[in-house]
Design a protein around this ligand. Structure first.
Ligand SMILES: NC(=O)c1ccc[n+]([C@@H]2O[C@H](COP(=O)([O-])OP(=O)(O)OC[C@H]3O[C@@H](n4cnc5c(N)ncnc54)[C@H](O)[C@@H]3O)[C@@H](O)[C@H]2O)c1
Length: 548
């Protein structure tokens, strides 16, 4: 109970010394009876210090507990310290036990993990505040939602609203696509029902709350419409022009686009003030993050309502300005590019993934790519080759894609996979391609340490984060941390990329970046002006957010 913080039912604890008395049903009469009995019997005040722990071989018990907790606690120091505190309470005199517990507490309070977790806690709360949109801003009423497109994202997006008790209409172009999308939603709910996390009644209600249609007539009264069709400007144009014609006055028109210019999308309508980006993350019914992309003309009440909606569907909303990739994906790009360039000079995918996972990431970059689909990233890269000719890329990812190795969905990507099994198996073929690419470039491969991998990865993220901050795409440094903590598997005990940057020290980061710039592909290491400015003034990212 102490280690996990999970509640334990009173019934389970009834026979322990933790509770004097328990009651079923009405508690008040039982509590009064207990109070009266204590007074009548003139019972002495019970004090924890007087309780004798009579447990044979307590030491062995505590050692077993340590053995069970250590692998679960991994990067979090507190759970094992809890056991130390219990040990002191059991084996030492009371006052000495209290003293030990006090010093353990102070030790934990000053640990980097505690500081990072407290930062994460306050960062999430700060993200909900938008300086020029006061909390008194009137909200638009959201009683019904329409989702356009029932693909990978549309179905998951719809589920969020259904779960929050809001009816959803899903619109598709063909009956087949609609049936497929709704069947996936149904299957998801069936799995939850089977696991006992939904009652049959709740299941029936949820299924009833979602309807499909092929006609825009059925979504005319929706208060919020979220578009999740193909990532193609022409298709978005078609959809938003149609929405402009049919959606009721005052409806919020949102796009789930990952990369397209939201302001252009808004201009397909005669009501750009009602248009906003609601960027969900896959799987949309699970991922906590919602980037709320504020267009040049998005009305303040649309921003405020979107933030309120994010809370209602239990997401963490973070405001982003309009740019390629918004906050999260824009930072991912240089990170991926850097990790791929590392393959050219000496690393292998599994080594990079292991180093990043040891640092605390839920998944390393190559495992992420295999999950997201290498074809999608290839498509994005091809666009970037044209739009950003100055950026440096490794050729290796394209070679992997040319072989049709798109990741888990094709049974092979950066890793091999056995049918029906998501466990990544290092691929001899991929490793051979990596070595061939180094040879083609005339590079002599060197041994790369885990520390260098983590530095290159994190400093790429941090450098782009600094640009995003100085351009005003993110409102504050901690918002960038929230995006990474809630949407990208960044370890919470490290507080997010910019909090982490402050703990490393910005001048130290710049120094290492300069060293990297002396090696392979120096262009990738141009420091962001804000990073340079803060480092030279002895300031931090956190401090910068507060001044502005
Ligand atoms: N897949 C992801 O991980 C992810 C994450 C965040 C955002 N997004 C964005 O979400 C959007 C949808 O992506 P997806 O992965 O769900 O794509 P998808 O291909 O799985 O689904 C798109 C669906 O839209 C339907 N559709 C196409 N044109 C339509 C139209 N005119 N009217 C109605 N329905 C139409 C298609 O039939 C298809 O079912 C894209 O803008 C994408 O960039 C995707």
């Amino acid at each position: 109970m102490i280690v996990s913080g999970s509640p334990v039912s009173a019934r389970e604890l009834a026979k322990t010394q933790l509770l004097d008395s328990t009651a079923e049903g009405e508690v008040l009469p039982v509590a009064i009876a207990l109070a009266e009995r204590v007074i009548a019997e003139k019972s002495p005040l019970k004090r924890a210090r007087d309780i004798k722990i009579d447990f044979p071989n307590a030491q062995a018990f505590l050692d077993t507990a340590r053995g069970a907790v250590a692998p679960l606690a991994k990067n979090y120091p507190a759970p094992l310290k809890c056991i130390d505190a219990v040990e002191a309470a059991v084996l030492k005199p009371f006052d000495e036990g209290m003293k030990i517990e006090g010093s353990l507490f102070i030790e934990l309070l000053n640990s980097p993990e505690s500081k990072a977790l407290r930062h994460a806690f306050f960062a999430m709360r700060a993200a909900a505040k938008v300086p020029d949109v006061p909390s008194s801003t009137p909200l638009r009423d959201i009683k019904s939602v329409a989702v356009i497109g029932a693909g990978t994202m549309g179905g998951g997006i719809a589920m969020n609203f259904v779960n929050a008790g809001i009816p959803v209409t899903v619109l598709e172009t063909t009956q087949a696509a609609l049936d497929k999308g709704l069947a996936t939603v149904r299957k998801n709910y069936e799995n939850t029902l089977k696991k006992g996390r939904l009652t049959q009644e709740e299941f029936d209600e949820r299924i009833k709350r979602i309807t499909g249609t092929l006609s825009y007539d059925d979504i005319m009264s929706a208060d919020l419409v979220i578009e999740a069709v193909f990532e193609d400007m022409q298709v978005k144009k078609q959809v938003f022009e149609k929405l402009d014609k049919v959606a009721k006055r005052g409806a919020i028109l949102a796009s789930n686009t990952s990369t397209l210019d939201l302001d252009k999308i808004a201009d397909f309508t005669r009501r750009p003030q009602d248009v906003i980006g609601l960027h969900f993350f896959s799987p949309a019914n699970v991922s906590k993050l919602l980037e709320i992309v504020r267009g040049a003309n998005s009305a303040k009440d649309v921003v405020a309502t979107s933030m309120a909606v994010s809370k209602r569907i239990r997401k963490v909303g973070v405001i982003s300005g309009v740019c390629d990739g918004f906050i999260g994906n824009r930072m991912m790009n240089p990170y991926f590019r850097q990790m791929e360039l590392l393959l050219d000079v000496g690393a292998l995918p599994q080594q990079i993934d292991e180093a990043m996972e040891k640092f605390g990431f839920a998944m390393g970059p190559f495992r992420v790519n295999d999950l997201a689909g290498n074809d999608i990233l290839w498509y994005i890269r091809k666009r970037m080759y044209v739009e950003y000719p100055h950026l440096v890329f490794s050729k290796t990812p394209d070679r992997i894609c040319e072989l049709g190795r798109f990741g888990q969905k094709t049974g092979a990507g950066w890793y091999d996979y056995k049918p029906g099994d998501r466990t990544p198996i290092p691929s001899d073929l991929v490793n051979k391609i990596v070595l061939e690419e180094s040879a083609r470039l005339g590079l002599s491969r060197r041994k790369i340490g885990d520390e260098e991998i983590v530095q290159r990865a994190l400093y790429s993220l941090i450098n782009e984060g600094a640009r995003i901050l100085e351009e005003g795409i993110a409102l504050r440094a901690s918002d960038i941390d929230v995006v990474y903590l809630t949407g990208y598997g960044f370890p919470d005990f490290r507080g997010g990329p910019l909090f982490y940057a402050d703990t490393v020290g910005l001048p130290n980061i710049l120094r290492t970046m300069r060293e990297f710039a002396g090696g392979y592909q120096p262009d990738a290491w141009k420091p962001a002006p804000l990073l340079q400015q803060l480092a030279s003034e002895g300031k931090t990212f956190a401090g910068w957010g507060k001044q502005s």
